[in-house]
Every structure is written in structure tokens, then in C-alpha cells.
Ligand binder design. Structure first.
Ligand SMILES: Nc1ncnc2c1ncn2[C@@H]1O[C@H](COP(=O)(O)OP(=O)(O)OP(=O)(O)O)[C@@H](O)[C@H]1O
Length: 336
């Protein structure tokens, strides 16, 4: 776990207004990161390319073990990629943190239970050469009314808003949240996101990792769906939903041609096995028309997906593949 206290005290404070540098908030190319050795080696991040523009609010969405935290650790300079290049506002992650350009809100840690909310933020502020006024960040995190409460008396959601207040002290251009609402009740999650949403309206770039499709849908401009260390979809919530709104057409059709099916506009994937075909498509009518008019298809079925089906379809079979055998070595690191 990480907390804002461990992320080095910046020497300057940066506003979140319009970016005039033309630099990407995040520019990652070909990121790889593995753990372990030999047959137990796990490829946690496997060729991630990610460009995030200033002001974007991006959800990093994926199941357990997809590689979200590993990627975030690299963005925060807490670990180094094995290969690939990575810059934050044109600098290495560590330099970006040293300049107060990045802050993080992690799931736990970093709080002393005997301090009050205001004391906690004030102590953190004293580590910075320049920082935002304590009461201002408390206000922005929606916890000014809790300023005198001891940390141990705060709920999990209130503690997360306290971490958020601490992360705002350097007025970072990029805020990174790693599964910030895990374990919170509905009200805590709502209050937390209300505070984040008010803040992002000011133009800050935000990346948050989450398991929750509905959080990504509600709060992100853009959803990056990860599975087994790779990006499997990247788009607006509407675009991801569009993937979700596809259908599956199945039929018994011994003479259906997989290449012809794959070439039908809207078709995402074709599986053909033992005389049965299974086609994922955005245009089930076109697939059904081909199967019924040009092949010997029988037992044709069309089923719709909901959002959750699409998430499972795009990120599924994680368990079998968590420990992917190592492939040949990736190219040398170029970014740090
Ligand atoms: N320090 C480590 N040593 C060995 N394996 C690791 C280490 N850190 C992560 N992994 C493995 O790398 C893969 C990606 O893990 P990571 O924590 O990045 O996923 P995640 O998407 O953040 O998952 P979760 O949602 O459960 O936090 C997993 O298979 C995990 O077991």
C-alpha cells in the first residue's frame, strides 16, 4: 500500500487549469512487468500502450489480477517497467512526483488514528514546500465539518475523503485512485464520488482503478478495460456499452465458412467447432441472414448480452491465465 506521505514532498505546486504545455498527462508505450521466475513467472502487465490527455477522467477497469495495481505502481514510480517507455507530463514518474504533478489515493494506510482530520492534513502539508491551505482541501474533500474528529472515529468512506484531501495538497495535475471505494457502503461511495466529481470539474486529470462497472460508467469519460495485463477495450462508456450491446448467434452449420462469417460487418468473433458456429456480433440480423440463406444452418439461436455479460466476455477466463508462462524476453526499457 502507498499513501501520499510516501510520495516525496514536492518543491512546487501545480494548478489544474487548462494545460498549455501540450504534453500528455500519461504517455506509456509497450509497458511490460513480470514477477517471479521460471515456470512461476507471472506477466502482470503485458504490452500496455496508454495515452491520457490532460483533463481526462479515466477508469482502469478489470477483474482481480488483471494488472491494474501493477500499472498504477509504475505510474507512481513505485516500480520500474521491465520494458517500455513511460512519462507523466513529459517526465519520468519519479520526477513528476518530485514536482508535485501526481498524487495518489490508495485503499488503505497512511493515517495515524490518534490525530484529528485537520491535524492529519496539517502534518502532511508541513512536508510540502508549497501547499494548498488545509481548510480549503478539507472543504474540497467534503470533510471540513469533520475537521476536529479523530481519525479512528471516521468511517471508511470519511477516511478515504481524508486521503483525498491529503492528495489535493500539492494541487496535482494528475490524481491516481487505486480502487478507492473498496469496502465502502453505498452512502460512503456516493459521498466520495461526489467530492471527486466536483474536483474533476476543475480540469484535473484522474485515473482510477475499479472492479465496479457502474463506477466506471458513472464517473469516467473513458474506460480502459484490462485483462491479463493487456488492454482489451478502450473508449467512452457509451462505446464500451456498445460492445456490450452485441449479440451471440449460434447454430449447427457444418458448411458455414468462418472467414465469410468473420467478414460480415459487425462481427467481433467467430468460433467454429464440431459443426457448430458461435458468432459474437453487433448485427445479428446479417449473420442470421447469411447462415439461413447460404449454409445448411439449423437450430439457430440469437441471445443478447447485458453490460455484465460484455465485461465477463471481454475480461473473462482470468483465473486460468493469471500465471501465464513466460514468453521470450521483451525489449529493453527505454523510458526511465
Ligand atoms: N509483487 C508481486 N509478486 C508476484 N506476483 C505479483 C506481484 N504483484 C502482482 N502480482 C501478480 O500480478 C498479477 C496482476 O496483479 P495486480 O495486483 O496488478 O492486479 P489488479 O488488477 O490490481 O488486481 P486486484 O483488482 O485484485 O487488485 C496478478 O497475477 C498478481 O498475482
Amino acid at each position: 500500500m502507498t499513501n501520499p506521505l510516501t510520495l516525496a514532498a514536492p518543491t512546487t505546486s501545480r494548478g489544474v487549469g487548462p494545460d498549455r504545455t501540450g504534453l500528455l498527462a500519461v504517455d506509456a508505450t509497450g509497458l511490460h512487468k513480470s514477477f517471479g521466475a521460471g515456470s512461476r513467472r507471472v506477466r502482470a502487465v503485458n504490452g500496455v500502450d496508454l495515452q491520457i490527455r490532460p483533463g481526462e477522467v479515466v477508469a482502469f477497469l478489470g477483474p482481480n489480477g488483471a494488472g491494474k495495481t501493477t500499472t498504477i505502481d509504475m505510474l507512481l514510480g513505485l516500480s520500474k517497467p521491465d520494458a517500455g517507455s513511460l512519462t507523466i507530463f513529459g517526465r519520468s514518474p519519479r520526477a513528476a512526483i518530485a514536482h508535485g504533478l501526481v498524487s495518489a489515493v490508495m485503499q488503505a494506510g497512511g493515517l495515524l488514528k490518534d490525530l484529528t482530520v485537520r491535524e492529519t492534513v496539517a502534518v502532511t502539508a508541513s512536508l510540502f514546500a508549497q501547499s494548498q491551505p488545509v481548510d480549503e482541501v478539507l472543504e474540497r474533500a467534503g470533510i471540513l465539518d469533520l475537521a476536529g474528529r479523530r481519525v479512528e472515529k471516521c468511517s471508511g468512506g470519511q477516511q478515504q475523503r481524508l486521503r483525498f484531501a491529503m492528495a489535493l495538497l500539492s494541487d496535482p495535475g494528475l490524481l491516481i485512485l487505486d480502487e478507492p471505494t473498496t469496502g465502502m457502503d453505498v452512502e460512503g461511495r456516493r459521498d466520495f464520488w461526489q467530492a471527486i466529481r466536483a474536483d474533476t470539474a476543475r480540469g484535473r486529470t484522474v485515473i482510477f482503478a475499479t472492479h465496479y462497472l457502474e463506477e466506471a460508467d458513472a464517473y469516467a469519460d473513458r474506460i480502459v478495460l484490462v485483462r491479463r495485463g493487456e488492454i482489451v477495450a478502450d473508449g467512452t462508456a457509451a462505446e464500451i456499452k456498445n460492445l456490450a450491446s452485441g449479440r451471440t448467434v449460434t447454430a449447427t452449420a457444418g458448411n458455414a465458412d468462418a472467414a465469410t462469417l468473420a467478414a460480415i460487418p459487425g462481427v467481433d468473433s467467430v468460433e467454429s467447432r464440431a459443426g457448430k458456429v458461435r458468432v459474437r456480433t453487433k448485427d445479428s440480423d446479417a449473420v442470421a441472414r447469411y447462415l439461413l440463406t447460404a449454409t445448411d444452418a439449423v437450430d439457430l439461436e440469437i441471445t443478447s448480452h447485458n453490460l455484465e455479460d460484455a465485461f465477463v466476455a471481454l475480461t473473462g477466463d482470468q483465473d486460468e491465465t493469471d500465471e501465464t508462462p513466460e514468453a521470450p524476453e521483451a525489449p529493453e526499457t527505454t523510458g526511465k
